[in-house]
Design a protein around this ligand. Sequence first.
Ligand code: PM9
Length: 461
Amino acid sequence: MKHNIYKSWAEPYKMKMVELLKMTNPVQRKKAMQEAGYNTFLLKSEDVYIDLLTDSGTSAMSDRQWAGMMMGDEAYAGSRNFYHLEETVKDIYGYKYLIPTHQGRGAENILSKILVKKGDIIPGNMYFTTTRLHQELAGGKFEDIIIDEAHDPDNEHPFKGNVDLNKLERLVKKYGAKKIPYISIATSVNMAGGQPISMKNLKELRSYTNKHGIRIIHDMTRVAENAYFIRQREKGYERCSIKEIVKEICKLTDGATMSAKKDALVNIGGFLAVNDREVFEEARNLVVVYEGLHTYGGLAGRDMEAMAIGIHESVSNDHIRARVGQVIYLGEKMMEFGIPIVKPIGGHGIFVDAKKFLPHIPQEEFPAQTLAAEIYLDSGVRTMERGVVSAGRKATGENYYPKLELVRFTIPRRVYTQAHMDVIAESAARVYERHEQIKGLKMIYEPKYLRFFQARFERLK
Ligand code: PM9
């Protein structure tokens, strides 16, 4: 391939305000990690130097979004910011009806309560923690129908978020289409490493589900990043704008849950959006039970205004190129150091393969949890486990043992600089140099739901 020397990207913004960071020393970090039970979720953020725990709610808002915050209409009912958000969702995503929620899982809860009945099967392109839990709490069972390549960190398939239609066909034959209330389709599949689904695959899925009368519900948390990869990799989309691609993706689905804390560049917020009037009526009824009135859904007026503006910014070609460009910069740097990462590089972070990084630690001793703790101890960089701890337990009580045992270095949007990326890669390289001396962990406290948030561990001797 011809090497492109003009591939540099730069942020389409400049800084107007900065947040000072606290630098820590090894003694402070050791104490903080022990107090946190070797769980990066339990660290105090003031003990963190570079925070790559998540890209959720951690974006820097623009001056326009902050100006929008000042235009918050904090009326209990009928806030003008709700109508702005509703108009934006229709305009950018094309869904007909909007129910705002406090964040993504609020929408997942309402949707699962409406569509999922006991004994139902929900096929999807890899599980997500909160999404699957709400499906299960409503009595359903999630079935993974992502292509096999997605479970292999080294496979360079350009669309590892794709659905294997044969896997879906087998489920339809086994259970019948009536038992499948919807297919749960994520764009930029988080647990696979931020991997995109192709438009071609989505179209094939649409025509299959049309034949069987099955809905597609879209987890659109990172839809713009998925659109970027379609533009880069899928024939026929090179000249389309991100905005056009996003609209086309949404058009192929019947409704969506959104954690606006990611793509939409806000610190809090989410929504459920549907095209079906009956589902909307039910959701509008349920939202008042769990979130708040249907014109605010647990959000302040100012939050809805910031979200409406953030959605417009999120589909700008320049924004998304710099956002993904920064992630790719970090990934390439890590690969130069020989660090095993999930390939191709995804949209929202670098996923380090902990099984390869710490091959002497069995999955029962939590290699990814261990590695996340070690990275923090080295440099104060906070990352997140995405492996056996996140996967949790089946209804039978057995542990899920996912093939992917990963540490996610998640990049907040518009927050860190290229120099921060260098520091992060160097820290991972330093830990890699001494990987053989690292010992695994034992879980000493396990919460019932979403254990990765609050579990505690001890270092094995
Ligand atoms: N994702 C993340 O760090 C935040 C919490 S970790 C469980 O990746 C998808 C694809 C997500 C997601 C949250 C949610 C839930 C739904 N779908 O956190 O409730 O990545 O806004 O969204 C997190 P909320």
